[in-house]
Ligand binder design. Structure first.
Ligand SMILES: *Cc1c(COP(=O)(O)O)cnc(C)c1O
Length: 396
């Protein structure tokens, strides 16, 4: 068995996205800034991709800036809002404790420059409430940035309601929609979103391609200086193959969004039910308000890392949190944010499914996780103390 269940880290590219890219490597390979016909063909492709992506988000083509991915889009959105705020003497930003590091580390940088950042607490179910945002907004708030769906625990935030509050209070609202795009419905107008980040490789597109949507009138700050590409807001020759692959992947994902969500969430719920039978285990994040493909559990008495390695031996690719935090010994900041204590947060497992996974695979995953957890507990001194009453169980 080889089962890929780490789609929140990255996805396999779809055949249609690969096919959409190929001509732009060696047939239509021009530089869109060139005035000759080869260049102009590439420019036509760029115009075409921009309007197709805009259509999927419910915005205008000129509101789309192509970036190198989700991280760059998050950085540019936040820095831009900070520069706009600064000019008006507004240097307060609101975000949450469980954002992606592309957001959190950018906010850290701004704090060092004298910005004040309020990180909202996340409830145990992994949701931030609109009221929390309303209570935190001040006269000097220049930006609210709250992720659409969390990359580790999959919880979906009340984006439209938070956006509504920001509109009423005249504060810019950015959302990191990297996990949401192509998986749940996005309409930036309807959902009151001023700025949004997405990344192609999370919906079967190529790595190294992303989008920053910024509503008309929001002045972006360049992170990269140079030529006049992307209306002067992001220098560098455009990655036309990647942009074409991203447009195809997004259209593909959005046109199958309901049927995929139905199929994937049925597999998700099957796995959640199976894994929940393991004693002293707990599902992280709300059971309903979560991404169709996300499963995240903590198991008492074991180490996430060993769990992953043994699952890999059985042919199951999973994660213990985000790919970015793996390799460090710190427990996930997301699990700590929802109130898991260090010991419990260490024993976490994230499985993230795609439409390619099957029921047979789901059952194999359940069986494998049960076996591995049981084995690891059988050799764990902590587990031994727990069952002998020398330590208290945290997960009942
Ligand atoms: C993957 C991810 C990012 C980073 O996107 P890249 O394209 O890999 O830079 C940002 N935010 C979230 C929520 C993600 O899941």
């Amino acid at each position: 068995m080889h089962i890929y269940a780490d789609n929140a880290a990255t996805t396999k590219m779809s055949k249609s996205a690969i096919d959409a890219m190929l001509p732009y490597f060696d047939v239509i390979y021009g530089n869109p800034s060139s005035l000759h016909s080869v260049g102009q063909k590439a420019d036509e492709a760029l115009v075409n991709a921009r309007s197709r992506i805009a259509k999927q988000l419910g915005c205008e083509a000129k509101e789309i800036t192509f970036t190198s991915g989700g991280s760059e889009a998050d950085n540019q959105a936040i820095i831009s809002a900070a520069r706009i705020g600064e000019k008006k003497g507004k240097k307060h930003i609101i975000s949450t404790a469980f954002e992606h590091h592309a957001v959190l580390h950018t906010l850290n940088k701004l704090e060092k420059e004298g910005f004040e950042v309020t990180l909202l607490d996340v409830h145990e179910n992994g949701i931030v409430l609109p009221e929390q945002v309303a209570d935190a907004v001040r006269d000097d708030t220049c930006l609210v940035t709250v992720m659409f769906a969390n990359n580790e625990i999959g919880t979906i935030q009340p984006i439209k309601e938070i956006g509504q509050i920001c509109r009423e209070r005249g504060v810019l609202f950015h959302t990191d929609a990297v996990q949401a795009a192509g998986h749940i419905r996005i309409d930036v107008k309807e959902q009151n979103i001023d700025m949004l980040s997405l990344s192609a490789h999370k919906f079967h597109g190529p790595k190294g391609a992303g989008v920053l949507y910024a509503k008309k009138g929001i002045a972006l700050t360049n992170l990269i200086e140079g030529g006049a590409q992307e209306r002067g807001k992001r220098a560098g020759t455009e990655n036309i193959p990647a942009v074409m692959g991203m447009a195809a992947a997004l259209e593909d994902a959005c046109s199958h969004i309901d049927e995929n969500a139905k199929k994937i969430s049925a597999l998700r719920d099957r796995i959640i039910a199976g894994i929940s039978e393991i004693p002293h285990s707990i599902l992280n994040g709300d059971a309903e308000k979560r991404l169709p493909g996300n499963i995240n559990f903590c198991f008492e008495g074991i180490e996430g890392e060993s769990l992953l390695l043994l699952l890999d031996d059985k042919g199951v690719c999973a994660s213990s949190g985000s790919a970015c935090t793996s390799g460090s010994l710190d427990p996930s900041h997301v699990l700590l944010a929802i109130g898991r204590v260090h010991d419990v947060a260490h024993g976490s497992l994230r499985l993230s499914l795609s439409e390619e996974n099957t029921e047979e695979e789901a059952d194999y995953i359940i069986k494998s996780v049960k076996e591995v957890v049981e084995y690891l507990r059988s050799i764990s001194p902590v587990w031994n103390d727990l069952i002998n009453g020398k330590r208290e169980f945290i997960i009942k």
